[in-house]
Design a protein around this ligand. Structure first.
Ligand code: PEP
Ligand code: MG
Length: 329
């Protein structure tokens, strides 16, 4: 099977009956891109900027960030690279920016921190935009959005950075710069009920199923004591994912998913059936997910999804999907 899986690496992720889905990469380090470039991915769906921040001893300067982001953007010159703004707090901390809270996953995380510190946000956005001048393949993604006001404020700041920088660049280098596309992560449940309004403000949605599962089920994603009840195959999570897909289609917003669920054959099959446009995952999972997509009829995936949505717990869902996956060849 390993050989068969390798052979599909450079082929498109398309079902035998012609339904295509894009497979993208999750990344966080600028090293190792040589391997990623050959993974058969159509771009970067999630670049986690907090990862390089974690290995520094203080906040990286605008120049340091520009150099770093340029490496990432240049690795995929013809393809979109989605960079997520700093997503610290919760389980991810910076040694030089300690946060002490009773309940960090419900506390100061992601966009909440960067909107409280616009100087950190603006500097990062400027570095991203500066790094994107050559190929203009940057997309900006906002983590931990829970309200429309946060999106308005983040877009206001991005516009500010963009206008400042584009007039500097126009004068210095005679370069005309398009404003990058802006998207939000869907990972806080409140957002699911505001998609209509959010659709008017952003260019794409990307579901963070790791956090969305945690917040829908009220189960800490890293607590081993409750690990057995943390599952993205819980019927409530699946119904939420389905609803997000339907609403995104209704409001014509491109939709991807960049949590772990996308990298699991069973998860990818369901997301394909729900109509997700893109799945983003670690490089080593691309071929095996591609293999699954290329071996399941879209019609079949939809009938599997219909059956799954009638099941009442994650274990039943898992068992049923595994049976169905074994029938693929
Ligand atoms: C997620 O929450 O699903 C996600 C992709 O982001 P992270 O795992 O970095 O929180
Ligand atoms: Mg997340």
């Amino acid at each position: 099977l390993a050989d068969k899986v390798k052979q599909v690496q450079l082929l498109p992720a398309i079902t035998p009956d012609g339904k295509e889905i894009e497979l993208l990469l999750n990344a966080g380090l600028s090293s190792g891109f040589e391997h990623s470039k050959n993974s058969g991915a159509a771009g970067i769906g999630l670049y986690r900027t907090e990862i390089p921040f974690m290995s520094k001893s203080c906040f990286p300067s605008e120049l340091e960030q520009t150099v770093l982001y340029r490496q990432v953007l240049e690795a995929f010159p013809q393809q979109p690279v989605t960079m997520r703004t700093l997503d610290v707090g919760g389980d991810k901390s910076l040694p030089y920016f300690p946060i002490h809270e009773e309940n960090p996953f419900l506390g100061w995380r992601g966009i909440r921190i960067t909107l409280d510190h616009p100087e950190i946000f603006l500097l990062q956005i400027r570095a991203m935009i500066r790094a994107s001048v050559a190929y203009q393949n940057l997309e900006i993604m906002l983590p931990m959005i829970s309200s429309v006001a946060e999106v308005d404020e983040a877009i206001r700041l991005i516009n500010q950075a963009y206008f400042e920088l584009s007039s500097e660049l126009a004068t210095d280098q005679n370069t005309v710069l398009a404003r990058p596309r802006i998207g939000i992560m869907i990972e806080v449940p409140s957002v699911i009920f505001q998609l209509e309004e959010l659709a008017k403000k952003v260019d794409f949605f990307s579901v963070g199923s790791n956090d969305l599962t945690q917040y829908l089920l009220a189960v800490d994603r890293n607590n081993s004591r409750v690990a057995s009840i943390y599952s993205s195959y819980h019927p409530a999570v699946l119904k939420a994912l389905q609803m997000i897909a339907q609403e995104s289609k209704k409001y014509a917003v491109p939709l991807s998913l960049c949590g772990e669920l996308a990298s699991e054959p069973a998860g990818a099959l369901l997301l394909l059936a729900m109509g997700y446009d893109k799945l983003s995952m670690n490089p080593h999972n691309i071929s095996r997910i591609k293999w699954v997509i290329r071996h399941v009829e879209f019609k079949k995936a939809q009938s599997i999804l219909a059956k799954v949505l009638t099941l009442s717990n994650a274990k039943q869902v898992h068992n049923y999907l595994n049976e169905q996956l074994e029938l693929l060849e």
